[in-house]
Design a protein around this ligand. Structure first.
Ligand code: ADP
Ligand code: MG
Length: 704
């Protein structure tokens, strides 16, 4: 059914060919409906005024609004470099406003002694705040206040800003789209659901998302639109899932045979934790069900996931199936190969390894063995997904640290059999359960929430630069006990040059404070050649150095149980998940381990919260939840947009977990009662599900 909303955006007044083209390329806006569904990413409360003295870096405000009197104005410089500096003040203090563009125009209009409202992004320099190019309104000049009490802010790009489509320009187009198209907006959720869930109607929601009439109405509008988006996704995921569960094409591993039994009684070096046993039971149940297993295993660093994977692979071997296990790095694959070979020694299980570095002869031999069914467990890197790797009867695929693999790579591994092998994906990135099920589509989730006995919780401290002497003293005492130390510097893309300078400066000052011959300090960073990196790591592992200075690129899997102290410099620049991952590099032996978070004195509210949380808890799940609440999923380690199964326009899986859970429940109940969504009352629900299907991830549609 053609709708006015489907009309090309170029027909909207104020757009035209050129702008339409750029809107499409830059923001994916092609129709008038797209424009209406281009949601603001924040709203500014224009009812709130700050006192100048209260504007502080620690409040983390992106925008502030002040009411201030002009104290003086001054043109500085000449020609193109000219700028206008305006001093303004209120009863609490004064500040400087600066214009680089439109200088003459503003200079003429701004009157000393008069009061204005200024609105803009605060900049801080040595604790003083100023604003560049603030918006400005005469206090008594009525009529130029925005219509809603909250003003929408839209994302835009440099190119669009160049053709006067900054956030204000986009807002103007949205308003035009609303004027033209409001009559064409139809309801997409069934009446009964709107009633049950107390949701706002679609048209009212679209109006209030762009032009909020009150904070409460904005909230209701957001709730409605997020509900719709997440509900559509859950319908899609749950429908796929029920298809998979009714399709009885999974391999069955009925036998607990000699490999498993011999390993269990003769080889198992320790008692399994309760959590490990629970997960093994879950995997057992999956692999006898006749359905294909698709399971995500989450467990903090050191929780013993490898052993669980090994047990599953032995069960496969007992039933005549091959397994493969894919690790993200060469080092990790070799480590797995060594430890698994050792653990199954003498059992007659054939274990092979294949990586990019395998020599040609070795590679040929392994490939032949895999294709002939003469290897039971094949361990490797992404070399395993190459097309020439063929299996005789692959029954189980284990993927370690899955977030390092892209969706495409996973899909290729899945597709190695005509019947899909069982899949066990393992990750140390803690993601709350519902979120994991949503992010990764149709997966069951297992959690190892218990560490092997005897591990002591890591003690974490937050220290400022002023405490450095005391921290160094502490390092000396630990080193005197024979322990080793990591000192990590942040490496953040945008300012790489500066970061490396931090690392080099840090390395220099540490070698000064910890001089030879008493101390050996080594540095490891991403710009080193792999061989040199490997060499330095080996040196540290063999205790020939006491301190390793590194960037945050310390490899996953660095395992030096004797290292007990992790010092993280400029810790305020790291996200919580990253801090937690780094902290996991210590606390791997029986000795008490420590993590010291160094930061500057001035901290944003956000940074203060993060560091306090690190000091308070060692629980990766708790930290991940907080991280997502603070920063949204965009920054969540391992869930880069590319790995995600769909695009979200308004919901955020981190911040909106409650709605994720709600929509999962609601969608589940509807599908239980009406699996094919055939009833008249669910006609709209079915349309909604169909709308989300094209966005389904490639890998999951291939296996179902
Ligand atoms: P991760 O979950 O990080 O992959 P690993 O599987 O590498 O953890 O296990 C970390 C260490 O703990 C290994 O040295 C492993 O042998 C040991 N381990 C695993 N399970 C247990 C257990 N139940 N009791 C004691 N040690 C265990
Ligand atoms: Mg591991």
């Amino acid at each position: 059914m053609a709708s006015y909303l489907d009309n090309d955006i170029k027909y909207l007044p104020g757009v035209g060919e050129a702008r339409a083209k750029l809107l499409g390329v830059e923001l994916g806006i092609r129709t008038i409906g797209d424009m209406l569904h281009y949601f603001p990413f924040r709203w500014i409360d224009r009812t709130r005024f700050y006192r100048i003295a209260d504007v502080s870096e620690e409040n983390d405000e992106t925008f502030v609004q002040i009411r201030a009197r002009v104290l003086g104005k001054q043109l500085i410089g000449v020609g193109r470099g000219q700028r206008l500096s305006v001093a303004v003040g209120d009863a609490s203090g004064s500040t400087e406003l600066v214009w680089f563009r439109g200088v003459k125009w503003i200079e003429k209009r701004i009157e000393p002694g008069r009061e204005y409202v200024f609105f803009g992004r605060p900049h801080f320099y040595r604790g003083e705040f100023s604003m560049v190019h603030p918006e400005m309104e005469g206090v008594d000049g009525a009529g130029d206040r925005p219509a809603g009490v909250l003003q929408a802010v839209y994302g835009t790009t440099e190119k669009l800003t160049g053709i006067h489509l900054g956030t204000k320009g986009i807002g103007g187009l949205v308003a035009a789209a609303w004027q033209a198209a409001q009559g064409s907006i139809v309801e997409t959720l069934p009446e009964y659901l709107i009633g049950e869930q107390g949701l706002m109607g679609r048209r009212e929601a679209l109006f209030n998302i762009h032009f909020p009439q009150s904070p409460a109405l904005l909230k209701a509008a957001e709730q409605r639109l997020k509900f719709e988006e997440l509900f559509g996704i859950q319908l899609d995921i749950l429908s796929k899932r029920s298809v998979r569960l009714t399709r009885e094409n999974g391999f069955v591993f009925p036998k607990v045979g000699e490999f498993f039994n011999a390993f269990w009684s003769e080889k198992l070096p320790f008692e399994l934790t309760g959590a490990q046993k629970k997960v093994i039971k879950e995997i057992r149940a999956d692999t006898v069900s006749g359905r294909q297993m698709n399971r995500l295993l989450q467990g903090d660093v050191g929780s013993g996931k490898t052993l669980v994977a090994l047990v599953a692979m032995l069960l496969a071997a007992d039933n005549g199936f091959q397994s493969c296990m894919m690790a993200p790095t060469e080092i990790l694959a070799r480590q797995h190969f060594a430890s698994i070979s050792r653990m199954v020694e003498g059992l007659g299980v054939r274990v092979g390894i294949l990586t990019g570095a395998s020599r040609a002869a070795e590679r040929r031999e392994v490939l032949e063995a895999a294709a002939a069914g003469e290897v039971d467990i094949l361990i490797g890197t992404h070399a395993l997904i190459e097309d020439r790797v063929q299996f005789a009867n692959l029954g189980l695929v284990v993927i370690d640290e899955q977030h390092r693999f892209g969706v495409e790579q996973r899909a290729r591994l899945w597709a190695k059999n005509s019947r899909p092998p069982h899949i066990l994906v393992m990750t140390a990135t803690p993601i709350p359960r519902t979120l994991a099920m949503t992010l990764y589509g149709d997966l069951e989730v297992s959690v190892i929430d218990e560490l092997p006995p005897g591990r002591q919780p890591i003690k974490t401290y937050h220290k400022r630069d002023g405490d450095r002497l005391a921290v160094w003293g502490f390092l000396r005492r630990e080193i005197a006990k024979g322990r080793q130390v990591y000192v990590v510097y942040p490496l953040i893309k945008e300012s790489e040059k500066m970061d490396y300078k931090d690392l080099y400066d840090g390395f220099e000052s540490i070698t000064r404070d910890f001089p030879r011959p008493d101390y050996q300090v080594i540095a490891v960073h991403g710009k080193m050649k792999p061989e040199d990196k490997q060499l330095a790591m080996q040196e540290f592992k063999e205790r020939r150095a006491q301190i390793m200075v590194a960037t945050s690129v310390i490899e996953v899997g660095v395992d030096v149980p004797n290292a007990t102290v992790m010092v993280i410099e400029s810790a305020e620049r790291f996200g919580l998940s990253q801090l937690h991952q780094l902290r996991g590099r210590v606390g791997r032996g029986g000795d008490q381990s420590y993590c010291v978070l160094m930061s500057g004195d001035k901290l944003s509210r956000d940074a203060r919260q993060r560091l306090a949380a690190m000091v308070e808890t060692n629980d990766g799940f708790e930290l991940a939840e907080l991280d997502m609440r603070l920063r949204g999923t965009g920054d969540l380690a391992g869930t880069q947009q590319s790995g995600m199964a769909f695009d979200l326009h308004i919901a955020d899986l981190g911040r909106d977990q409650q709605i994720v859970e709600l929509t999962r429940r609601v969608a589940g109940a509807i599908l239980d009662a009406d699996p094919m969504l055939e009833t008249a009352r669910n006609a709209l629900v079915r349309a909604l599900r169909e709308r989300y299907t094209p966005l389904a991830p490639k890998d999951f549609s291939q296996i179902s």
